[in-house]
Design a binder for this molecule. Structure first.
Ligand code: SIN
Length: 322
C-alpha cells in the first residue's frame, strides 16, 4: 500500500500533554487539557515538517482522559475516519491523555481501516514542566505518522513504539510510562526515524466488519462493566449489575483466569440470565493459558480494559442501534 498525501493532521484531545500548572516546574499539580494543540505545535523547536510535509492542528476535545466517554470516542472516531478518506492526508496524530490512551488506541484499532498511519501520543509532564516530555513525543509521533510502514494504529511515548493490543500504562509517574508486556515495543523512534525491532503488527484482530460509525449518544452504547476477583470477593456487585440491566461483564480474574468461588457463582448466574461474560486476568504479563475450570469464555488475551471495548463492539454488532 502506497501512502500518499502531504498533510499530517494532529488532533488535540487534551491530556497532560496539553496540561499547565500554576507553579512553573510542577510535574503533578496541574490541570490536564489547558493548552490548544495548535499552541503545542507552535512551541515545537522545529517550525514545520520537512517540505512538502505540513502539520495541521485540529482541536477535537479538551479533556482529562480519565473522563473519556462514548461521545468523545464517537467524535474522535468520526474525525479520524474522515481524515483517513482524505487523499491529502498522509497520516494522523492524536495527542491524548495517558490514563485511558490504551483504551482509545484499542477502540480505534478495532474500528478503523488500517489504510494510513494513525499514531497516538501523550505526555507524563505538563507543558509547563521544567523538562516537558510532550514536545519530543509529538515530534516522534509526527515522524511516525509520515512513515508508510506504520499503517494502522500505534502509540508512541518516550521513544518507544507500541502496538495497540499490547500497550499498557505501567507507571503513574515515570516519563516512560508505557510498556508492551512480554511482547515488547514494536520499535523505537530515533532522531525522527523508525527502527523496527518486530515486524509491523497486523491490523484488526476481529474478522467481522467494523462499525462505520460509533453512536454519539452514550445511551446507545451497550453497558459493559469490569469487576475484579479478589480475596473476600462476593457476588453482590454482579447481581446488582444484572438487576440494573448490564449487557456485558468483563472480570479481571486472579492468576490464570481463576475466580473467587462466590464471584464465579454470580457470574454463571449472570451468564444464565443473558449477560455476556468474558474472563481476563489481573496479571499484567502473559495470557490465560488453557481453559479455567469455570468454563466462562475468555477475553482473547486482552487486558480487562481492552476486553471491555471488544465486548462492547461485539454487543454493538450483535444488536446494532437503529
Ligand atoms: C489524562 O489522561 O488526560 C491525564 C493524565 C495524563 O495525560 O498523563
Amino acid at each position: 500500500m502506497q501512502v500518499i498525501g502531504t498533510k499530517i493532521v494532529v488532533l488535540g484531545t487534551g491530556g497532560t500533554i496539553a496540561g499547565s500548572s500554576a507553579r512553573a516546574g510542577d510535574n503533578v499539580g496541574y490541570r490536564a487539557g489547558e493548552r490548544t494543540v495548535q499552541s503545542l505545535l507552535d512551541a515545537l523547536p522545529v517550525a514545520q515538517g520537512q517540505p512538502p510535509l505540513a502539520w495541521v492542528a485540529e482541536q477535537i476535545a479538551q479533556i482529562d482522559s480519565k473522563d473519556a466517554d462514548a461521545s468523545f470516542w464517537s467524535q474522535l472516531h468520526a474525525r479520524c475516519r474522515e481524515h483517513l478518506q482524505d487523499e491529502r492526508v498522509r497520516g494522523i496524530v492524536v495527542a491524548h491523555g495517558t490514563d485511558t490512551l490504551e483504551e482509545t488506541a484499542w477502540l480505534l484499532a478495532e474500528t478503523l481501516p488500517a489504510t494510513k498511519p494513525l499514531v497516538l501520543t501523550c505526555a507524563m509532564r505538563p507543558a509547563t514542566a521544567a523538562s516537558p516530555d510532550g514536545p519530543q513525543n509529538l515530534l516522534d509521533a509526527v515522524a511516525l505518522a509520515s512513515d508508510a510502514r506504520a499503517l494502522g494504529v500505534s502509540v508512541v511515548c518516550a521513544g518507544a513504539v507500541h502496538a495497540p493490543r499490547h500497550v499498557q500504562k505501567m507507571s503513574p509517574y515515570r516519563v516512560d510510562a508505557f510498556g508492551s508486556g512480554d511482547a515488547g515495543p514494536t520499535g523505537w523512534m530515533e532522531e525522527g526515524r523508525l527502527r523496527l525491532v518486530h515486524p509491523w503488527p497486523p491490523a484488526r484482530s476481529v474478522g467481522a466488519e467494523p462499525p462505520q460509525t460509533l453512536p454519539a449518544d452514550p445511551g446507545a452504547w451497550p453497558w459493559v462493566e469490569i469487576v475484579l476477583s479478589h480475596a473476600s470477593a462476593c457476588g453482590r456487585q454482579v447481581d446488582a449489575l444484572v438487576s440494573a440491566g448490564v449487557r456485558g461483564i468483563v472480570v479481571a480474574g486472579t492468576g490464570n483466569g481463576t475466580l473467587h468461588h462466590a464471584l464465579e457463582v454470580a457470574l454463571l448466574r449472570a451468564q444464565e440470565a443473558g449477560v455476556a461474560v468474558r474472563v481476563s486476568t489481573r496479571c499484567p504479563l502473559g495470557v490465560v493459558v488453557g481453559r479455567p475450570a469455570h468454563g466462562l469464555p475468555l477475553a482473547d488475551g486482552l487486558s480487562p480494559v481492552k476486553a471491555r471495548i471488544s465486548l462492547l463492539l461485539e454487543l454493538m454488532r450483535s444488536s446494532p442501534t437503529p
